[in-house]
Each structure stands twice: as C-alpha cells, then as structure tokens.
Design a protein around this ligand. Structure first.
Ligand code: FE2
Ligand code: FE2
Ligand code: FE2
Length: 165
C-alpha cells in the first residue's frame, strides 16, 4: 500500500479517536463547571471530525448507501464473530471484570446493529416506513420504535434511552 494511503488511514483513526475523547473531556469539564474549557473541547472535537471526514473522503471511504450498509454489516459481524469474543476470553483470563463487561456490552449490541442494518438493506429503496431508534446510555443497546421497559443487556430503565429520529 502506498505510504500516503497508509497515513490517511492512520490519521483517520487518530482524528476519530480525538473527536470522541474531546467530547468525553468536554462532558467532564462541564461536570467540574469549567464551561469555557468544555466549549473549547467541543469546538476542537468538531474540527477533528472535519479532519477525519476529509481523510476518509480522500480514501474514497464513503460509497453508495447500499455499499455502506454492506460494509457496516461486515464490520459489525467481524466484531461479534471474531474481535470481541477473543477480547472477552482474554479479559476473563486476566480477571479484568470491567474490560470484560465493556466488551460484553459492545459484543451484544453489535449483533443488533448487524440485524438492523440488514433489515434496511433488504428493503432499501422499496420501504417508506419511518420510525425512531432508541439507544441505551449505558451499553449502547439500539432498538427500533420503542425503548424496552428495562434494557435486556444491561438492566438500565428504558426511560433513560436516547431517542434518535
Ligand atoms: Fe485534527
Ligand atoms: Fe456497532
Ligand atoms: Fe443497556
């Protein structure tokens, strides 16, 4: 692979991580009442997203929605078939309960993501249905239409779920 392409991939990963890290730092700054610091973290996070998207565009990483759905399904499937099971086994062996739980949450949720993507891919361009999704703030469990009474993955109350429309 040409060096520039390798660098674009590395830079995309780094900028993506910086975006999420700065948003977490902003929330922490808000909690500590450092409002101006929180604003700067949010502004920089926004800029890192632009950098990440610029790199991704140069990599031609965004294709048609049909292709993007398939890529998302492939990625999610690899996570719950290969990546997380291996990580869970290692976390267990090392006695790292927090890591094990964090991996378990993601592993369970990715199965749902693959199904939700597959459902839309199967009817792409033929269905006019419109409905919201709800996301669990603790484990990321993602469901259609209505939140459950209690999250089946982590036990959080459904009323805490974030609505996405
Ligand atoms: Fe950046
Ligand atoms: Fe996912
Ligand atoms: Fe949950």
């Amino acid at each position: 692979m040409p060096k520039s392409e390798q660098y674009l991939k590395e830079a995309f990963a780094g900028e993506s991580q910086a975006n999420r890290k700065y948003l977490a730092f902003a929330a922490a700054a808000d909690k500590e009442s450092y409002r101006q610091v929180a604003k700067l973290f949010r502004a920089a996070a926004e800029a890192e997203t632009i950098h990440a998207h610029n790199h991704l565009r140069v990599l031609k990483g965004v294709k048609s929605t049909r292709e993007n759905l398939q890529e998302a399904i492939n990625g999610e499937t690899d996570e719950f078939n290969r990546m997380y099971p291996g990580m869970i086994t290692t976390a267990k062996a090392e006695g790292n309960k927090e890591a094990e739980r964090s991996f378990n949450y993601a592993n369970e949720v990715e199965k749902g993501h693959a199904k939700l993507y597959q459902k839309l891919l199967d009817t792409l361009g033929t269905s006019k249905e419109s409905y919201p999704y709800y996301v669990c703030p603790i484990c990321g469990n993602t469901v259609e239409n209505e939140p459950p009474g209690v999250c089946p993955i982590c036990g959080t109350a459904g009323k805490m779920f974030k609505k996405i429309e």
